[in-house]
Design a protein around this ligand. Structure first.
Ligand code: BG6
Length: 478
């Protein structure tokens, strides 16, 4: 049943990740996560990952926006906008501070009990990511993250603990945030946040990625299997960073390259949805002689633990050119990306492409025949707080409106089955990629600057009222 294009009961809402807003990095028995050792970068300057917490460095996630102490007020604002859902993650290190602990930390568990209760009080459905760039740093240092098979067990212990604890409060889960980011295997930030691997030798980065990704996919499938035993009504999804890949021209060399580059990103969710590796990747791994540890038992697990839906983020498309490398020789899709002259870019250089979202909704539907959930979408932009404490962010409204119009067409004209839409960073938070506060996504402004100064006061932006109307009319008024 659709109403104004959007289905009845559509899960309108917002999305965040624990490490980007909670702060309180040492409270309630929390351990150090990979996000706690990432310094602040800036536009075009990467964040450093330090060897533990080093005195004198600026770690923006340590305080973030102090959601840990202010969540009641913030959720009240989400309720005022009319949210039907709120996507967050459970910080792994609040529950298992080191990752390999035998016993869960009760203070961490009760924090999320209270947080979910607060959401439910307003009829807001929590949507939870198990692992969103928050691996315990101890697992990174001592086990080399998911490069080690043992990490599957640590992850599963964490998953089962929270599934059991919140089985009556949370229905929608996702196993790993943007599991496909690591296709860009030479990027230290992406490898560390996805798999907990600190890159050491460029020669082995790709091989290590295929191994770690396999262990993560097994962990994901086991989590789905175990979760269903705990509550058969759970909906457990994949979560990918969906980036359509366009050929730079109509030259068949570019078109083939675009397909090959897409295969290097898509296979993660192929395994999660189909329970098996796509042929192109099996053959690639063999050709490269990687020989990852993939057992016959693993293959059974992958088949038994397929996901219920595909959650995805959408920010931008990518365009590739065979002038940079050809289809037979690329290994990392990021190496062949070129600028798309037909698209404007955000202040951080991300191409703005609403049609790419409709394309994605269609492609994923055709490929997986599963319900979809847009769990991130938004514009990172600088905002100005006026003297009378207003933020006139029409540029953000324009961005979101254009993307939601594309979504509406995908539902109305293309028949896409969409569960919901949670806009990214519904309240300003620390950027994952740059560690900046000034790269803002929120409907709610948080008075905090890149250097850590600011009152942490919250102010409603113009987009707050716009989104409130969108939800109120179930998308009739965009
Ligand atoms: C996604 C992540 O990649 O994009 C989020 O799941 C992240 O954690 C978001 O914050 C936006 O990226 P950035 O780098 O602008 O924060």
């Amino acid at each position: 049943m659709t109403e104004n294009g959007f289905p009845k009961g559509f899960l309108w809402g917002g999305a965040v990740a624990a490490h980007q807003l909670e702060g309180a990095w040492q409270e309630g028995g929390k351990g150090v996560s990979i996000a706690d050792v990432m310094t602040a970068g800036s536009n075009g300057v990467e964040r450093k990952i330090t060897d533990g917490v080093v005195a004198g460095e600026n770690y923006p996630n340590h305080e973030a926006i102090d959601f840990y102490h202010r969540y009641k007020d913030d959720i009240k604002l989400f309720a005022e906008m009319g949210f039907k859902s709120f996507r967050t993650s459970i910080a792994w290190t609040r529950i298992f501070p080191n990752g390999d602990d035998q016993k869960a930390n009760e203070a961490g568990l009760s924090f999320y009990d209270d947080l979910f209760d607060e959401c439910l009080k307003y009829g807001i459905e929590p949507v939870v990511t198990l692992s969103h760039f928050e691996m315990p740093f101890h697992l990174v240092k001592e086990y080399n993250g998911f490069a080690n098979r043992k990490t599957i067990d640590f992850y599963l212990r964490f998953a089962k603990t929270v599934f059991k604890r919140y089985k009556n409060k949370v229905r929608y889960w996702m196993t790993f945030n943007e599991i496909d980011n690591q296709s860009d295997f030479n990027n230290q930030f992406l490898m560390a946040t996805n798999s907990g691997i600190l890159l050491t030798d460029p020669e082995s980065n790709e091989r290590n990625m295929y191994q770690a990704a396999h262990y993560e996919l097994v962990a994901s499938a086991l989590a789905v299997k175990e979760g269903k035993k705990i509550n058969p009504d759970f909906k457990i999804g994949a979560m990918i960073n969906y980036t359509p890949i366009y050929p730079a021209s109509s030259d068949p060399a570019d078109i083939l390259l675009a397909q090959k580059a897409a295969q290097k990103r898509n296979w993660f969710s192929d395994v999660q949805a189909w329970g098996e590796y796509p042929k192109a990747i099996e053959s690639y791994i063999e050709r490269k002689g990687f020989r990852p540890d993939i057992t016959a038992e693993d293959r059974v697990v992958l088949k038994e633990g397929t996901v219920d839906y595909i959650g995805f983020s959408y920010y931008q498309s990518a365009t590739v050119s065979a002038k940079k490398n050809d289809a037979d020789n690329i290994s990392d899709p990021a190496e062949v990306i070129v600028k798309n002259p037909d698209l404007k870019e955000s202040q951080w250089g991300w191409p703005i492409d609403p049609s790419g979202l409709r394309l994605g909704l269609n492609t994923l539907t055709d490929r997986y025949h599963l319900p979809l959930f847009i769990v991130e979408n938004g514009l990172g932009a600088k905002d100005d707080l006026t003297d009378d404490k207003k933020i006139h962010d029409q540029y953000r409204i324009d961005y979101l409106k254009a993307h939601l119009q594309a979504v509406k067409k995908a539902i109305e004209l293309d028949g896409v089955d969409l569960i919901g839409y949670t806009s990214w960073g519904c309240i300003d938070l620390v950027s994952a990629g740059t560690g900046q506060m000034s790269k803002r996504y929120g409907f709610i402004y948080v008075d905090k600057n890149d250097d850590g100064s600011g009152s942490l006061n919250r102010y409603k932006k113009d987009s707050f009222y716009w989104y409130q109307k969108v939800i109120q009319t179930n998308g009739a008024e965009l």
